[in-house]
Design a protein around this ligand. Structure first.
Ligand code: SF4
Length: 420
């Protein structure tokens, strides 16, 4: 194990829209991934049209952040019409890499944009050293390893190849091999392999006997039904010391369909954890498995969870405890309040929830601190003080204390069901 400080890997965040891209960058992403309007696996995300892509790449590069574009559908013949022109366009915009999984798309990309870095998507399911070497031999520069690997397997792949390796550290999991799944297609006509998954793995299911139509038998301890395929979300925050010491190049957060607050909150926690690790002494790295992250970072990530957390295959095969049986969603203890659009003498914010004068809210700093403030005044566009602001309102906020460290794109949240 290293006795020098290992290289801190890239933190790679989802950017389902320009606003989420700005938020991910604000809270410390080193790179973002997004989709244009074709060929990505998140057909329902607010994908980027051509002007949007130009704007996104320009903004990211101004902030020294890389942009990777997903072109990772499982392609059928018809999908190849217009593909070369699209890839050529992506090259001309100056994106930093393409995320692909289909060998046919790989061939077209190598012919069309030979200078662009090609990253292999998790959809290609690389689960062993020979597969990893195979893909590097095909000319890809980075592999995202399958989420179905233990840490020992990941590390043995790391030790056997020299190309870049990327690991998913956080986000939703499929019950199938990383999205290679026909459930959505069969049940709803929406094809997960074309970016259009309806998430039927998270529906509530019950048992029905064919001679008793309409009579549903519950199949879990919960009388509302069960979510038999409903995996908890991945969270490897605690495992960052081991992943960093093992020499992975990029740590990826899932969630282009997730909310702005989810993206900002998760990026912020992982950024703070990586910065904490960067500051450790070389001696600490002799036994990375003993390095403990500060408790407040683990608390912070638990405030963002959507479906409770699992470490998936990291140490052992996941069992029934990695499934969530009672609900398809995790009851979040915090909710978004506002995003700062501009800092003048007072923060000018866009409200994301109803806000009343006198409420206690929390400002999420860059880093891991939280500043708790009381809303002294809500001031509307006409300069008048109001009792209550509504979602979508743009207002000025004043507080019971100094807010000089607040910044544009910073977010406020509040604990749900708080008194007063
Ligand atoms: S239905 Fe569930 S398991 Fe299948 S691709 Fe969609 S999210 Fe993944």
């Amino acid at each position: 194990m290293p006795s020098t400080i290992p290289e801190i890997p890239e933190l790679l965040a989802p950017a389902g829209s320009f606003e989420k891209l700005v938020t991910a960058i604000h809270y410390g992403a080193d790179a973002v991934y997004l989709a244009g309007q074709k060929y990505g696996l998140r057909a329902k995300a607010g994908n980027f049209d051509k002007p949007g892509l130009h704007k996104a790449v320009a903004y990211a590069h101004q902030n020294h952040v890389s942009v990777y574009v997903t072109v990772n559908i499982i392609a059928h013949n018809d999908d190849f019409s217009g593909l070369a022109e699209y890839l050529d366009y992506l090259g001309s915009v100056g994106v930093d890499g393409l995320i692909i999984s289909d060998p046919g798309i790989l061939r077209v990309a190598q012919r069309t944009v030979p200078s662009l870095s090609l990253h292999l998507s998790t959809q290609a399911n690389v689960t062993n050293c020979d597969s990893a070497q195979f893909w590097f031999d095909q000319g890809v520069s980075r592999l995202n390893l399958a989420r179905e690997l233990s840490f020992a397997e990941m590390r043995s792949i790391r030790d056997s190849v020299s190309g870049e390796l990327e690991i998913f550290v956080h986000g939703a999991l499929c019950i199938s091999y990383s999205g290679r799944c026909m459930l959505s297609h069969y049940m709803t006509g929406r094809d997960a392999n074309q970016g259009n998954c309806a998430h039927p793995c998270r529906y509530r299911y019950a048992l029905i006997e064919e001679k008793r139509p309409g009579h549903y038998f519950p199949v879990s301890e919960d009388e509302r039904g069960t979510y038999i395929f409903n995996s908890k979300d991945l969270c490897l925050l605690k495992r960052l010391p081991e992943l960093v010491a093992a020499g992975f190049d990029s740590l990826k957060i899932e969630g282009r369909m997730k909310s702005l607050f989810y993206v900002g909150g998760v990026v912020r926690a992982y950024r703070a954890a990586l910065d904490f690790l960067r500051a450790l002494s070389p001696a600490s790295w002799q036994h990375p498995e003993t390095i403990q992250l500060p408790d407040h970072l683990l608390t912070e990530i638990s405030r963002i969870g959507t479906r409770d957390y699992t470490e998936n295959f990291f140490t052992e095969m996941p069992g029934s405890s990695e499934m969530l049986y009672k609900s398809s969603r995790f009851d979040q203890p915090y909710e978004p309040v506002a995003v700062i659009r501009e800092m003048t003498a007072l923060p000018y914010v866009e409200l994301r929830n109803v806000l009343h004068r006198g409420e206690l809210i929390e400002y999420m700093t860059r880093g891991s601190d939280i500043t708790t403030v009381t809303v002294a005044e809500i001031i509307g566009q006409n300069g008048r003080s109001i009792e209550r602001g509504n979602p979508g309102n743009n207002v000025y906020l004043s507080f019971d204390q100094d807010c000089q460290n607040f910044e544009p794109n910073g977010m406020f949240r509040r604990r749900k069901n708080q008194e007063g």
